[in-house]
Design a protein around this ligand. Structure first.
Ligand code: COA
Length: 179
């Protein structure tokens, strides 16, 4: 399993999009490490995986990026299929919606960032974001899964860019950071 899969699984345990994919918490707990294992593997092949460690040296924060012009291929498709299970069609459809929301012009894409719940508030995500954004040569784009995280991203210069309704009233929040 990719280092970082369990970090993102824990960080996203109560994420609205993850709950939409796997409404039952037991199922979600089993699926999330597999899901993030495949997502990290795909970015490792053709994207950027940034890691931060806590004061004890344990991996505690992971950010996944796609540089301009890159759309990461599906890695570990069987692992992903095991993760999505009966929710495969739902997950694929949502994934297509998220992809379609991306700007047509070149951009750095923040695909995900998450910090272990016990390590949050220590500046780990800020350090990863600032490092990558300070050297960004293009506008940057992300889709926040929850309205609550929008102010966090605004600290780094991202601005809300409309809303995207996925299904059953689930709304996600595209954000753009001009360069
Ligand atoms: C959002 C997240 C990545 C921040 O990670 P972190 O390592 O705790 O972030 P930092 O320590 O660098 O920054 C924490 C600061 O951001 C603020 N912050 C964190 N989450 C926030 C939120 N949802 N809304 C507003 N502010 C938030 C904290 O209050 C803290 O403020 P302070 O510096 O004034 O004390 C982390 O809370 C997380 O993993 N959340 C669950 C996964 C998630 O929602 N990811 C984004 C999905 S789109």
């Amino acid at each position: 399993m990719e280092p970082g899969a369990c970090v993102l699984a824990a960080a996203f345990a109560d994420d609205p999009l993850m709950i939409y994919f796997w409404p039952r918490s037991r199922r979600r707990r089993k699926a999330l490490p597999l899901f993030w294992d495949a997502r990290i593997a795909s970015r490792r092949q053709n994207g950027l995986v940034d890691l931060a460690h806590d004061a004890e040296g344990n991996l505690a924060c992971v950010a996944l990026w796609e540089p301009a012009g890159v759309v990461s291929p599906m890695a570990k498709p069987l692992t992903m299929l095991r993760a999505t299970g009966r929710s495969t069609i739902r997950a694929l459809a949502a994934g297509r919606q998220l992809e379609r929301a991306r700007p047509a012009t070149p951009h750095l894409y923040l695909a995900a960032i998450g910090t272990l719940p016990g390590s949050q508030g220590q500046g780990l995500a800020t350090a990863l974001l600032e490092r990558r954004l300070s050297s960004a040569e293009q506008p940057c784009f992300l889709i926040s899964d929850s309205h609550g995280t929008v102010p966090f991203y605004q600290r780094f210069g991202f601005e809300p860019h409309g809303e995207l309704t996925i299904d059953h009233g689930l709304v996600v929040y595209p954000m753009v950071r001009a360069n």
